[in-house]
Design a protein around this ligand. Structure first.
Ligand code: FES
Length: 130
């Protein structure tokens, strides 16, 4: 590593700047029952996405042919925010635990259990906290 790169890395570490993550915390944040999580149009069937919630929360919305489900994206192993689903599987980037798209159940890896589901209801074209 070049000296200049090393110095820049050290400076960023001291200031906290340049961190890859945001201040988002997995969960509903300060959202309350009835607050909007996402629009159905935002999450086509067979996909999912991380959505920001009020109060720096973050949730994972997934949509299958069976409907919409919302999970706390914190991996039950050590808390890493999981990736949005790809090829029907939700994967934790840290130790590669895999979770079922439809149920959040753990499929493989070190996670001791599945993702925690957040109750929601669909009203028209909106997904709302239940
Ligand atoms: S933190 Fe997700 S598998 Fe370890």
């Amino acid at each position: 590593m070049e000296r200049r790169t090393l110095l820049l890395c050290g400076l960023l570490a001291l200031t906290g700047c340049g961190a890859a993550g945001t201040a988002r915390k997995p969960g509903v944040g300060s959202a309350k029952t009835g607050d909007r999580v996402a629009g159905l149009a935002d999450v086509p069937a067979g996909t999912g996405k991380l959505v920001d919630m009020p109060g720096d929360g973050q949730l994972l919305v997934v949509r299958t042919d069976a409907g919409v489900r919302v999970f706390n994206p914190a991996c039950p192993h050590q808390g890493t925010v999981v990736n949005p689903p790809a090829a029907g599987v939700i994967t934790c980037p840290t130790h590669r635990s895999e979770f079922d798209l439809s149920s959040g159940a753990v499929l493989s890896g070190p996670s001791p259990k599945g993702l925690v589901e957040v109750p929601v209801r669909v009203a028209g074209e909106d997904v709302l906290l239940a």
